[in-house]
Write a protein that binds this ligand. Structure first.
Ligand code: UDP
Ligand code: MG
Length: 335
């Protein structure tokens, strides 16, 4: 089969009630798109009839392919698995519960045709989601934005269309704790947003439990920020400042203050100074360890050193997949 224009990668976990409707809407969408499509459904260890439905969809429609993971590995891993199998020139990532409306894909593809490499859906509103989820999501995206080393756009999920070149890069990233939205932003290239109103689930209940959402949030911050590692250094500096203040007070009381009452706190200040000074020494030492661990962490993540958008008059490097040198240069559409 020739390379399809679009690959739709959809991870799903226990979505039996959504699959028939998802397939119905997608096959209608496929007719309206300006190229062939393939549908790659990733069963993330479902325990319901999802896999049986995937088998029958695949039997009746050659554009449908699926893979079924050995157990529930979680959404980000399932998505990573699906991306490895996608063959299209553009890859559309969406959820199985129709919260990422198929009709928005036309706009994503329009922007891709206009030259963008990543077009992500940005949520204008979230109807039918509880206030707690909306509030935590709102706060989390803004916190992540402040902490993160790369700019990860707020209120975006995994719903996006990405060019083959970007998908190739994601596939080459060896890191195991995968926060796809972050990696997608890290890659760079030309990115733009398409805003949409996020509807509620078509059917079924949320599969992202609170625990899974929290794990994702922690993962994203640890994967894209050095600030938590620096916390010890900051606390140590604060502690050192406090010790310094106590030292000034002790000296002042001891040598300069002649009023009779002030000496009462002198011993207290001396001991406090000692405690905070020792605390500062320890925290700063932990901070130094943190800096080294941070570097080790950077190295083991093994992200490419840089990405290349375009080459002029240069030959593509012969070994773009060499992650051992930590440099995986890749030009758009060249490999
Ligand atoms: N999902 C998955 N594995 C999981 C949890 C969720 O593949 O362990 C899929 C789920 O079937 C859906 C998508 O990830 O297609 C988003 O999950 P959900 O709708 O529960 O979360 P939301 O992002 O809407 O809160
Ligand atoms: Mg959902």
């Amino acid at each position: 089969m020739p390379q399809p224009t679009y690959s739709f990668v959809i991870p799903l976990y226990n979505e039996e009630d959504n699959l028939p409707e998802l397939y119905r809407q997608l096959s209608r969408l496929f007719e309206s798109l300006d190229g062939d499509s393939e549908l790659i459904l990733v069963d993330d260890g479902s325990r319901d009839r999802s896999l049986a439905i995937l088998r029958s969809l695949q039997a009746q429609d050659a554009r449908v392919r699926y893979l079924s993971l050995g157990r529930n590995f979680g959404h980000q891993i399932a998505l990573s698995a699906g991306l490895q199998f996608a063959t299209g020139k553009a890859i559309v990532v969406m959820d199985a519960d129709l919260q990422d409306p198929p009709e928005v894909v036309a706009q994503l593809s329009e922007q891709w045709r206009a030259g963008y490499d990543v077009v992500y859906g940005q949520r204008l509103s979230r109807t039918k989601e509880g206030w707690l989820k909306r509030l935590t999501a709102y706060g989390f995206y803004r916190l992540l934005n402040r902490l993160s080393d790369v700019e990860i756009p707020a209120d975006t999920g995994d719903f996006c269309l990405m060019d083959r070149a970007v998908a190739d890069l994601l596939n080459q990233m060896p890191e195991r704790n995968r926060y796809i939205r972050g990696l997608r932003a890290w890659v760079g290239f030309r990115q733009t947003a398409v805003q949409f109103h996020r509807p509620g689930r078509f059917a079924g209940s949320v599969k992202y439990t609170f625990r899974k959402s929290l794990a994702l949030a922690i993962n994203s911050i640890l994967g894209f920020s050095k600030i938590p590692l620096r916390l010890a250094t900051y606390l140590g500096l604060f502690s050192a400042g406090f010790a310094g203040l106590m030292m000034v007070l002790t000296i002042y009381w001891r040598f300069f203050d002649r009023s009779p009452n002030s000496h009462r706190l002198e011993g207290f200040a001396l001991i406090t100074m000692g405690v905070f000074f020792l605390g500062a020494v320890q925290l700063i030492c932990i901070g130094i360890l943190g800096e080294y661990i941070g570097r080790i962490y950077e190295e083991v993540k093994g992200r490419p050193l840089f990405t290349i958008k375009e080459l002029g008059g240069l030959k593509p490097l012969s070994n773009p997949h060499n992650t051992q040198t930590h440099a995986v240069p890749l030009a758009k559409g060249l490999y």
